[in-house]
Design a protein around this ligand. Structure first.
Ligand code: TMP
Length: 223
């Protein structure tokens, strides 16, 4: 097998996607599959520096277009350093957020629209799309409350990643709606999972889905 499998997780802050990603990664590894886990923004040393700048609530007056450019700079670095080499080696790549986040947050939340995001995706990512995207859409109010609790705990540890969580409700509503729009536009790639069940139930649903898609893609080692 020369081409691996590219799987992304998406959702609002506090949707539980990172927990589900970790659980799926552990499951796939236990099956003997070769996986690479990464995230955006971040996932590389340079990306972590871009992430710190982007998420720190002390980063003020960042122009929306500059924010868009930084998200794609981080992504290009992650693609070059982590994702493309791993896919080329036939690995399964699990990435916590990708271009759908930019379409939802900068396109929707910041109201830049989908078009500039999708154009930049073509240029900066060579149009590389995930084979499968798991979109966790938990209840809107619960997600937001969870994200804000988590961020105030993190701020207590001296880690400030609250710039997006601190945005107002209409911003997060627009993000939520843009995610739904993306899922409706690309139903084969994007599978929406409702987050209003236990972590274990959601995990089992994700395992079933991923197993089916890996088999379809003939990434069958371990299954
Ligand atoms: P995380 O906490 O899930 O790692 O996400 C970091 C924040 O960055 C989250 O609030 C969403 C935001 N974000 C964007 O606004 N645009 C993007 O392209 C990405 C990848 C993340």
């Amino acid at each position: 097998m020369s081409r691996g499998f590219f799987l992304t997780f998406e959702g609002l802050d506090g949707s539980g996607k990172s927990t589900q990603l970790r659980r799926l990664a552990a499951h796939l590894e236990a099956q003997g599959l070769r996986i690479t886990v990464t995230r955006q923004p971040g996932g590389t040393r340079i990306g972590d520096r871009i992430r710190a700048l982007l998420l720190d609530s002390r980063t003020e007056r960042l122009d929306a277009m500059a924010e868009l450019g930084l998200m794609f700079s981080d992504r290009a670095q992650c693609l070059g350093e982590v994702i493309r080499p791993a896919l080329g080696a036939g690995r399964i790549v699990l990435c916590d957020r990708y271009t759908d986040s930019t379409e939802a947050y900068q396109g929707g939340g910041r109201q830049l629209g989908s078009e500039p995001v999708l154009r930049m995706h073509q240029v900066m990512c060579g149009g590389l799309d995930p084979d499968l995207t798991i979109l966790l859409l938990a209840d809107f109010d619960r997600s937001l409350a969870r994200a804000r609790r988590r961020n105030s705990r993190a701020a207590g540890n001296g880690k400030d990643e609250g710039r997006f969580e601190g945005e107002n409700l209409p911003f997060h509503r627009r993000v939520f709606e843009k995610y739904q729009e993306i899922a409706a536009r690309e139903p084969d790639r994007v599978v929406t999972i409702q987050g209003d069940r236990s972590i274990e139930q959601i995990h089992q649903q994700i395992v079933g889905l991923v197993k089916e898609r890996l088999q379809d893609a003939a990434v069958s080692a371990g299954y």
